[in-house]
Design a protein around this ligand. Structure first.
Ligand SMILES: NC(=O)C1=CN([C@@H]2O[C@H](COP(=O)(O)OP(=O)(O)OC[C@H]3O[C@@H](n4cnc5c(N)ncnc54)[C@H](OP(=O)(O)O)[C@@H]3O)[C@@H](O)[C@H]2O)[C@@H](O)CC1
Ligand SMILES: Nc1ncnc2c1ncn2[C@@H]1O[C@H](COP(=O)(O)OP(=O)(O)O)[C@@H](O)[C@H]1O
Ligand SMILES: [K+]
Length: 508
């Protein structure tokens, strides 16, 4: 699914009006009706609704919602905020329609002093500003946003299209923005919704289709995307009937150190449950028995060292040469001992195919930044935000961090996965995909190790790196969602994610 900018949304709007064809008033009616249907499903008619309407089309939506609520017998008041002397034509038309049908439902606000006192149990609808907002809201309108936020503790706040004050395509950190419990947004995700800095503003996000023209959506190129089930069906390759284990590649997983062999086990199990043909794990001596017992389907070779690895650039008798592994995953629980760092440097010199680099392997690279340029092109790096900061430095806000992520992916020709609620996948071609699956139950130790195993397995099977990262992140989150549905977000663990990889593959 594509993420459109505010400008593209306006173009989609205009294209739909011209080519469907439909009048702009009818399109507004459709958008407001989608919101009203959502409200009817979630609230009884005994709750008073206060709809705060701006002077633009976002306010116009609010006016139509007020009328539709009345049509259904709800008690609704449109609080029209006169922040500007010029109202949009569709705002004006819908004010007139409301005045004609339900004149008692309009309450004009010209200053902060006019702010109404809301009865208990009221529902607050925020229709002040949407995609037309150009810059930070200032003056008494900023005060009005603060007043709405004061209501948030006692009343349910629902934003229409965007929480007012939020810019769709740029950072609004430290700007006045409505904190909504729910955001009902039209047709497409906005970039601002993907940013952790906006989590408290957006609340629960609901994307409501309003029938923007599919031709515009299909033919307009975008830089940002959200992954979805349809995309995964085009990537996923079912197994071939005459396949043998060689068909699906031999992967090498280099992971674990004393006290962190569990990370290696989690990665290995995830790799085995994601379709790899053969798996060899490389661990220090202390990990040998643990690995063999926990993951009997994997082969295991050990480093000469007891507690940490120091030598994985060399192979041992009866194991393939490094270049014969179709994929290497490195990092979970690896530790950052100096001999391990030296071994990673040698590995990067010897293995020139795309690999998966995570956790302590990233921390080593952060400590020796010259290694960054030695990583084989097309490799996948999976930092969480702290690891990202160690690698590339801190940024002022989440938009700046996303730009830095994308810039580094292009310059280094790597796939960079910045993990989080909407994991951002920056590609060497400049495109960025946000993963749509996953839940806060995955915010638990070892979840990332599972992802490394999945990605290594997909690379080993011959998926191109881009296909592997998109499918891998999606499957990981989907397995997490299935685990949460089966046993709750609280009780699930990283192992539950592995257990649910099977059902996740079956859902593709
Ligand atoms: N796309 C779709 O598919 C559909 C979109 N629809 C809806 O249209 C919405 C977009 O409407 P829009 O373009 O009229 O802009 P909107 O968000 O109401 O803001 C404009 C108002 O804000 C004001 N203003 C701006 N910046 C400001 C600032 N910094 N500080 C203070 N004020 C500022 C500006 O004032 P002015 O500059 O005119 O004085 C003007 O009054 C969209 O979000 C969706 O809800 C649906 O109805 C139909 C389908
Ligand atoms: N709130 C959330 N919503 C969706 N996914 C999440 C959430 N929290 C964590 N995750 C996912 O769980 C994984 C956690 O990885 P990471 O922080 O590396 O864990 P660990 O180092 O313990 O293995 C990431 O893939 C991340 O996207
Ligand atoms: K709004």
């Amino acid at each position: 699914m594509k993420i459109f900018t505010a400008t593209q949304i306006r173009e989609a709007d205009a294209y739909t009006i011209q080519h469907e064809p439909v009048s702009s008033l009818q399109l507004m009616e459709r958008a407001a009706n989608a919101c009203a249907q959502w409200l009817f499903r979630h609230f009884e008619a005994d709750r008073p609704f206060y709809i705060f309407c701006g002077m633009g089309n976002n306010g116009g939506d609010g006016l139509v919602i007020t009328r539709l609520l009345h049509d259904k017998g709800y008690n609704a008041t449109a609080c029209i905020i006169h922040h500007s002397t010029k109202a949009s034509p569709d705002h004006t038309a819908n004010r007139e329609a409301l005045e004609q049908q339900y004149p008692q439902s309009i309450y004009d606000i010209h200053a902060l002093a006019d702010f109404p006192t809301l009865p208990a149990g009221s529902i607050v609808i925020d229709a002040l500003f949407g995609t037309g907002l150009r810059s930070a809201v200032e003056g008494w309108m900023a005060g009005l946003i603060h007043r709405i936020n004061d209501l948030q503790a006692r009343h349910t706040v629902i934003a229409i299209d965007l929480p007012s004050g939020l810019l769709a395509d740029a950072s609004s950190a430290r700007m006045p923005v409505v904190n909504a419990h729910h955001t009902l947004s039209f047709e497409v995700y906005k970039l601002a919704f993907m940013m952790p800095e906006n989590a408290a503003r957006v609340g629960q996000l609901h994307i409501l289709p309003i029938g923007l023209h599919p031709d515009y959506m299909a033919r307009t190129p975008t830089r940002f995307h959200v992954t979805d089930a349809h995309m995964m069906r085009t990537i996923y390759q079912p197994r071939q009937p005459f396949a043998h284990k060689g068909t699906y590649g031999h992967a090498l997983l280099i992971a674990g150190s004393y006290g962190k062999i569990g990370a290696a086990v989690l990665s290995a199990k995830a790799c085995l449950h994601s379709g790899v043909g053969l798996l060899t794990c490389y661990v220090p001596q202390c990990g040998y028995q643990i690995m063999q017992i926990s993951a009997p389907a994997a082969m295991c070779i050990t480093d000469p060292q007891e507690t940490h690895s120091s030598h994985f650039h060399e192979t041992q008798p009866h194991t393939p040469a490094l270049h014969q592994f179709r994929a290497i995953g490195i990092g979970p629980g690896l530790g950052t001992a100096t001999p391990t760092a030296k071994a990673l440097e040698l590995l990067l010199d010897q293995y020139r195919q795309p690999m998966v680099i995570d956790a302590d392997a990233l921390n080593i690279i952060a400590a020796y930044p010259f290694l960054l340029s030695r990583i084989p092109h097309g490799s996948v790096l999976t930092p969480h935000p702290k690891e990202f900061e160690r690698l590339f430095g801190s940024t002022e806000n989440d938009f700046a961090r996303l730009e830095l992520l994308s810039e580094q992916a292009i310059n280094l020709q790597l796939y960079l996965l910045l993990k989080g609620r909407f994991t951002a996948i920056a590609c060497p071609d400049g495109s960025v995909y946000f993963n749509s699956t996953g839940n806060p139950g995955m915010a638990t130790g070892g979840s990332g190790d599972v992802l490394t195993g999945i990605l290594t397995a997909l690379l080993a099977q011959g998926y191109a790196p881009k296909a592997a990262v998109l499918l891998g992140a999606y499957l990981h989150g989907l397995a997490g969602d299935i685990a949460a549905a089966r046993m709750s977000q609280e009780a699930m663990t990283a192992e539950s994610i592995i257990d649910c990889l099977g059902p996740a593959f079956l859902q593709l």
